[in-house]
Ligand binder design. Structure first.
Ligand SMILES: CC(C)(COP(=O)(O)OP(=O)(O)OC[C@H]1O[C@@H](n2cnc3c(N)ncnc32)[C@H](O)[C@@H]1OP(=O)(O)O)[C@@H](O)C(=O)NCCC(=O)NCCS
Length: 136
């Protein structure tokens, strides 16, 4: 399957996939996240389509040094077929092509089940704590 850059017409299907896979939160506007990533100069939403519908996504963006991945999601029906790995590989390639030397991402503390997946793909725990607050 091919990984492509998704566009505005994929918004509803991508958000539905993120909801189905438990990645959305009431305080985040997922459609606005999608629009910002697709419209920005240093970000994209990569995806794999089946019958024109995204069954896997990964949002990728960078600040020049660090590349970030968000919304890695594979529809339950398509899991275990290599799409998660394919999408993470595509994010690495997307960043490398832009000269970005590092890839990293946050994992919610209630999503510990996915850590074994990332470990299997060779990603290591980083010795940092993420701090933040909302500006809106
Ligand atoms: C995590 C997720 C993207 C994995 O997608 P997937 O398409 O099933 O993964 P793949 O089939 O590409 O698996 C790649 C490899 O990881 C392994 N793997 C998959 N899930 C795993 C898990 N939970 N623990 C350990 N290994 C796992 C596979 O066996 C495979 O190994 P191989 O390449 O050596 O054969 C998917 O389960 C998902 O969408 N989860 C819900 C959303 C989520 O939590 N996203 C991450 C937010 S931080």
């Amino acid at each position: 399957m091919d990984v492509v850059e998704l566009g505005p017409s994929d918004t509803a299907a991508a958000v539905a996939l993120w909801q189905e896979t438990g990645l959305t939160r009431p305080w985040n506007d997922a459609a606005a996240d999608f629009a910002r990533a697709v419209g920005g100069p240093s970000s994209a939403v990569l995806g794999v389509r089946e019958a024109d519908v995204p069954v896997g996504t990964a949002m990728v963006g960078h600040d020049g040094h660090r590349g970030w991945v968000y919304y890695l999601a594979v529809s339950p029906a398509a899991r275990g077929t290599g799409l998660g790995r394919l999408l993470m590989d595509a994010c690495e390639r997307w960043l490398s092509e832009r000269g970005v030397p590092k890839i990293q991402f946050m994992v919610r503390t209630d999503n510990t089940g996915v850590l074994a997946f990332y470990d299997h793909l060779g990603y290591a725990h980083q010795d940092v704590v993420v701090l933040g607050r909302r500006l809106d």
